[in-house]
Design a protein. Structure first.
Length: 85
């Protein structure tokens, strides 16, 4: 038959103190894990945004070139009209 070991009040207090310390450490580690997960999601969103920008940039360059070309043509036409009278 198994016997229950004697535990003194000091042992119980020490066990309770150790248990409370371990619970506090667990809560701290869980909060840190949540913070790291949030940081991971933030970095993932930034990575996706940079990938989207990389895919769009050639089209933006093309559109900007067309706008600049149109502006040059318009300026040339206005200059020619000014000079010809």
């Amino acid at each position: 038959m198994a016997t229950v070991p004697d535990t003194s009040d000091d042992d119980i207090r020490r066990l309770n103190r150790d248990s409370a310390r371990l619970e506090a450490e667990t809560r701290k580690l869980m909060a840190e894990a949540a913070k790291l997960t949030a940081e991971e999601y933030k970095l993932l969103a930034e990575s996706l945004k940079l990938e989207r920008d990389r895919m769009i940039s050639p089209w933006l360059l093309l559109i900007q070139g067309l706008v600049a070309g149109g502006a040059l043509v318009g300026a040339g036409a206005a200059l020619a009209k000014l000079l010809t009278g």
